[in-house]
Design a protein around this ligand. Structure first.
Ligand code: FES
Length: 100
């Protein structure tokens, strides 16, 4: 499967892709691409909802410190999406739990 996406001029996308779902939407990623990157390339900014008020949260620090990008991965639990690559077939959803 060939990915269609906006790229910086002169940059060629990899020929291969992996597939996953986020909140029931079928998405694709480059092999080794961070979950947060693949979600944002699909035009989605929200990766979790705050537990009490349900506010949107998403990518912030990009280096595994803030946990704003937390997502729930089936079989793994809550992880930081900026720090983990997409694995083919993953089922990912909004994180909820002990985050404000
Ligand atoms: S964006 Fe801060 S931990 Fe992922």
């Amino acid at each position: 499967m060939r990915l269609s996406m906006r790229l910086i001029d002169g940059v060629q996308p990899p020929a291969e892709s992996v597939s996953f779902t986020f909140e029931g939407k079928h998405l694709t990623a480059w092999p080794g691409e961070a979950i947060a990157s693949a979600i944002m390339r699909a035009g989605i900014q929200t990766m979790r909802k705050t537990r009490i008020q349900g506010n949107d949260r998403g990518y912030f620090c990009g280096m595994g410190l803030c946990w704003e990008c937390a997502v729930h991965v089936e079989g793994q639990g809550v992880i930081r999406s900026c720090s983990h690559p997409v694995v083919d077939g993953q089922i990912i959803s909004f994180a909820d739990g002990p985050f404000e």
